[in-house]
Design a binder for this molecule. Sequence first.
Ligand code: G3H
Ligand code: 13P
Ligand code: ZN
Length: 316
Amino acid sequence: MIVTTKKLFEHAYGKYAIGAYNINNLEQIVGLFRGNLDSQAPFIIQISKGARSYTNKTFLEGLIRAADEVYQEAVFAVHLDHGDEAACYDCIESGFYSSVMIDASSKPFDENIAITKRVVDAAHAKGIVVEAELGMLGGVEEHVSVSESEAKLTDPEQAREFVERSGCDSLAVAIGTSHGAFKFTGTQSLHFDVLAQIQERLPGFPLVMHGSSSVPQEEVARINAAGGNLAGARGVDATQFKRAAELGVTKINIDTDGRLVWTRVHREFFLEHPEKFDLRDPGKIFMAEYAKFIAAKNDYLGSSGQLPAVREFLKA
Ligand code: G3H
Ligand code: 13P
Ligand code: ZN
């Protein structure tokens, strides 16, 4: 069942965070649904601009519709990740997405507000909710690359003003994380003090943490042992998710860790079986491993086991 992130956040606020997982293909979608059902968690499927143009966005929508039919117990939101204005309008018009992210965080404050407000007006007219971003995460995203020295933590007072003036439904805040597999390479760390100050000014308002992959060292070691080269990769300590949730973070974005599972499975498989070439063999292992990974991640987020309560909450 597709729901808005707003409903999921209402149930989660202050208690746990919902995993927002980026997907690009069939195997990820199947593993994602299985893992969330195994752990009985509500979840958010995120589709980036890059995912939409990897093949044709219609394929992804069709796959998610099919998964909704196959896994009828699942409760999830379909969300555009890091959209620009045009992508947001496209998703709003499509009638498929329940939530969009407008990322105008690279623009000056007033312009970010103006762009976000235009998207909010268009989205709300159709019952769709909007995530916006204030501050600058370090790291690489599809259309922006920000060095650590350019990264800018969210200013708590500006966050309050931004939400009030833009009317956004949730806010991605920069508190020291960055996208990709190489986090905290310089002086970065998680700034819970800043998060607490934002929550103080925006009590009850859902916050979002991007760049939250943990880049498990065991995963990195296995990839490197199977011919990869990810020396120096590191991520966010997943044991900190619950603390973030208590401080108002209701959505935690994870993409890189899923890519690492894919890389490890395929590297190890072809190293161990140089004679094989049936793509379904590693595909089956990947779906099972991805499901395991999702369920384990949901335990850290605190979303595991929440599905029955969320279903009741949605009925009320
Ligand atoms: O924040 C970016 C996400 O990890 C999506 O990555 O733009 O390469 O699909 P992508
Ligand atoms: P990671 O690169 O840490 O997985 O972050 C993903 C993300 O923030 C997607 O918007
Ligand atoms: Zn992101």
